[in-house]
Design a binder for this molecule. Structure first.
Ligand SMILES: [Fe+2]
Length: 232
């Protein structure tokens, strides 16, 4: 299995704050059954240029690599890009895709989207050179109108949910139902640290295995691998 959403790079954002913490998180993820981790630090266009972000990401990744051992999951670089007005016209957006792919992890507003936001989002989806993954959709999909939800579900946009959705008793049933109906496509730990938002993806895997069986999980893992192998 692949963890598609994590704040695992040390001191890159509000996630891991040291190399030691990153290594411990990676070890936890390995124990939970994760073979590959997509590092998706926050990218806020208001705070930083793409160039500066990529430079920082490269530096922190190289430091972490020096502490790497073979028992840890492989790391793939990406970003969690927050929506902002003007994003559809951003030229260097492609550089923020998961490395080697055209997959862009996009965090949309956690409120009912305005007509402007919807128009801009549609323009972004129409750019043609991007495959959008909506980050932790459980935070905002339910706030949208029925028409918008239907439109999103009928599109080729990928829906990522956080593993906590499966771990929590309150939301587990719904999460499993959505997964079974292929209305959600990817799972991420969205882990931030050992004490603040630690990874719970192992729990999610256990409940998915219990409900759908090993074959389902294998097919799910294969789908994830194929996505990353699909070169941009
Ligand atoms: Fe995140």
């Amino acid at each position: 299995m692949i963890d598609f959403h994590s704040h695992i790079l040390p001191r890159m954002d509000d996630g891991s704050q040291s190399i030691e913490e990153s290594v411990a998180l990676l070890r936890l993820l390995a124990e939970q059954g994760i073979k590959k981790v997509v590092a998706t630090p926050h990218f806020y266009a208001d705070d930083e240029s793409v160039e500066a972000f990529l430079k920082r990401r490269k530096a922190t990744y190289e430091k972490l690599k020096q502490a790497y051992s073979s028992d840890l999951p492989a790391l793939v670089l990406g970003a969690e890009v927050r929506y902002y007005q003007g994003i559809s016209r951003m030229e260097d957006l492609k550089a923020l895709c998961i490395e080697g792919t055209n997959l862009l992890l996009l965090e949309m507003p956690t409120s009912r989207w305005t007509d402007y936001t919807l128009r801009e989002f549609q323009e972004l989806c129409c750019r043609g050179n991007l495959q959008i993954i909506l980050a932790h959709v459980e935070r905002y999909l339910g706030m949208q109108s029925r028409a918008v939800r239907d439109q999103l579900e009928q599109s080729d946009i990928l829906m990522q949910v956080n593993a906590d959705l499966f771990a929590s008793v309150a939301s587990r049933r719904k999460a499993l139902k959505l997964l079974g109906e292929q209305r959600i496509h990817l799972i991420g730990s969205d882990c931030h640290g050992l004490t603040y938002r630690p990874p719970q993806i192992g729990k999610a895997i256990r409940y998915i295995r219990k409900k759908f069986g090993e074959e389902f999980l294998e097919a799910f893992a294969e789908f994830e691998e194929n996505l990353l192998d699909h070169k941009a």
